[in-house]
Design a protein around this ligand. Structure first.
Ligand SMILES: [Zn+2]
Length: 178
């Protein structure tokens, strides 16, 4: 059976002329294939019409924007905290490296061994320890102490600045909604 032009007419949006309409109806009565197509197309159209775009709930946009600002604030805070943690980690690492360097070069282990080997009483231990520590401190090159202090001071400055930033951001309350 020839389904044209009926199959085309089923799917076209333009209204058919009276005569075409009659011809289509006559064909649909005799042709199950075009009947199926027509029914399917009407079902699809029905679904499209009965499912209009849901309008956004009132206040939805405002709430969404507020939550976006909130998320950005949290993200910023998280990043600052991450930076602070990284700085602290680097600070501790630097400190550990400095201590390790001093330990490797001046061996406080042998210092303590000396102190405890010459145990002849608490006072003597104290004197020994004091003398040993003084001696130990004197053997550190002044340049090393200066460099160590400089590194320590600059790290302290960085930490104070970072902490100040964290405090300022954390204490900022609420988000302006308008
Ligand atoms: Zn047909």
């Amino acid at each position: 059976m020839n389904h044209q032009p009926f199959n085309e007419w089923i799917y076209q949006d333009a209204t058919l002329t009276e005569q075409d309409e009659q011809e289509l109806k006559a064909h649909l009565k005799t042709c199950p294939v075009c009947q199926d197509n027509d029914k399917a197309w009407q079902d699809v159209n029905g679904m499209l019409k009965s499912a209009p775009m849901m309008p956004a709930a009132p206040g939805f946009v405002n709430r969404w924007q507020a939550s976006l600002a909130d998320r950005r604030q949290k993200e910023l805070r998280r990043q600052v905290w991450m930076g602070f943690l990284i700085l602290s980690g680097a600070f501790l690492l630097t400190l550990a490296l400095i201590i390790l360097f001093i330990v490797l070069n001046h061996s406080p282990v042998s210092l303590f061994t000396q102190v405890f080997e010459s145990l002849t009483g608490a006072w003597l231990v104290f004197l020994e320890a004091k003398a040993s520590i003084t001696h130990w401190l004197q053997t550190i090159p002044p340049l090393l102490i200066g460099a160590g202090l400089l590194v320590f001071a600059s790290w302290c400055t960085v930490l104070v600045l970072a902490w100040n930033l964290v405090f300022r951001i954390s204490s900022r309350k609420g988000i302006p909604t308008k």
